[in-house]
Write a protein that binds this ligand. Sequence first.
Ligand SMILES: Cc1cc2nc3c(=O)[nH]c(=O)nc-3n(C[C@H](O)[C@H](O)[C@H](O)COP(=O)(O)OP(=O)(O)OC[C@H]3O[C@@H](n4cnc5c(N)ncnc54)[C@H](O)[C@@H]3O)c2cc1C
Length: 475
Amino acid sequence: MSAEHKGPDADILIVGGGLSGTMLAVQLLRLPGQRRIVIVESRSELGRGEAYSATELGHTLNGNAARMSVDPDDVDDLTRWLTDYIAAGGWPESDQQQVPVAELFPPRGIFGLYVQQRLAEARLIGERCGSTVEHVRGEVTDLQTNAAGLRLTLASGEHLTGRFGVLATGMFAAARTPQRDSNALNAAAVDPWDVNAMGQLDPQGRVLIIGSGLTMVDAVVSLEQAGHRGPIDVFSRHGLLPHVRRQPPTWPDFLAADLNIRSTRQLVRALREQCARAAEQGIDWQAPLDTVRVHIPRLWSQASDLQRRQFVRHVRPWWESHHHRSPPPSAHLLDRLIDEGRLNIHAASLLSVGSAEAGQISISVRYRGQDKATTESGAALINSTGIQYDWRRVDRALPRNLLARGLIQPGPLALGIAADAGGAVMDAEGRVSTRLYAMGPPLRGLWWESTAVTDVALQAKALAARLAAVSNVPS
Ligand SMILES: Cc1cc2nc3c(=O)[nH]c(=O)nc-3n(C[C@H](O)[C@H](O)[C@H](O)COP(=O)(O)OP(=O)(O)OC[C@H]3O[C@@H](n4cnc5c(N)ncnc54)[C@H](O)[C@@H]3O)c2cc1C
């Protein structure tokens, strides 16, 4: 590609075309100015990434349509799009939920179509200023920077050059990511999102699942859909299930009213008080909790590493299960399976994974409160341990090479990578790059919550404005 242009191949090279990379392109295309944007994405389609490539209708968003707009200036954007989509005959199963469109939990695959349509519209806006976006299909394996910009190396051996680069590489789902230290679990486990693999399992066989978060919920939905009717045993350190998402009323923003609340202890105490007050009025605890969300980036970035560690150790399991909630249809399925005695949730740590013999796989776990290990065996094992945020443990070419070149350094608590508040990445010496930026899940350590649709939508808008400003200056 380099040979076709006199200058760099792109003004802005985006690595990763999931929700983050695509929404960044959408925001850039909407801004005045002429720029060439290239997205390098290994998947065949932009706008889907891991989350929105889902083909299972039961794999829905975990928030209702009114909460999942990709336009930070228009909260009703998804609701309107979905209304038109359903009116045109899309998603006929939506009438089973029997609620207004704003309260529907759409399948994630359909959400991917919405993102793609917003990209198609933004392309038309961009064309008027001469801005373009191109999808180069491939995996970026290496990246180098120089005074003029950066140069990507693709697995095919091709190179691409650009004036500015953005790492929108998303999440490294533990089940799909080779780990540098241990791969035993993945080697033995079924992929939690492999719908076809679920259909191959013995329908009456016992399934063991490691991890009890939203990935587990997806796996249980797929097992049920594939006709599995045997027992399912879920093991996680705390044995906490995600709560079901309800539609609580609005609640006063108590953190905005008291900026002295900063430490984890102060936050937990204040939140408990607010929840007790809500309970006295017969109001759902989700109402006060939902007001905390917008303050998390500020609280996390102001906190010391010690305070962040305390949060991760003491509050994280509770935060994950209360804040990252299950869509109601999935939660109801889990409730039913628990009532039927088919689904059991255990508080137990995984110690080791044994080898599979005669169609049975065994694991060694330690139940909470016990000293000795217990062996459990089943017909299949599923890894639902969530996301690997520590890039040093991810055995993929790009993270490995970026770290080896000293172009990035781990973020706070080794979560993702370090960057300034506007997403410019920090090298191994702590210098802030003028060429390389990051957004979305790689900034987990900077903001804590940096993965959900609303986080990504806000970051895309802010980063587009920053990139437009720097890329308008000739270099
Ligand atoms: C299963 C699942 C369900 C989710 N459900 C919800 C939900 O209901 N609500 C919500 O708010 N959030 C949800 N999330 C969070 C979700 O990740 C974000 O909303 C969003 O998808 C993040 O987008 P992303 O583009 O940053 O990451 P990703 O979706 O992970 O996309 C990153 C893309 O980068 C590409 N890529 C990575 N490295 C390279 C490379 N070296 N070269 C080329 N391409 C590369 C990958 O192929 C991938 O397509 C979910 C996440 C997952 C994993």
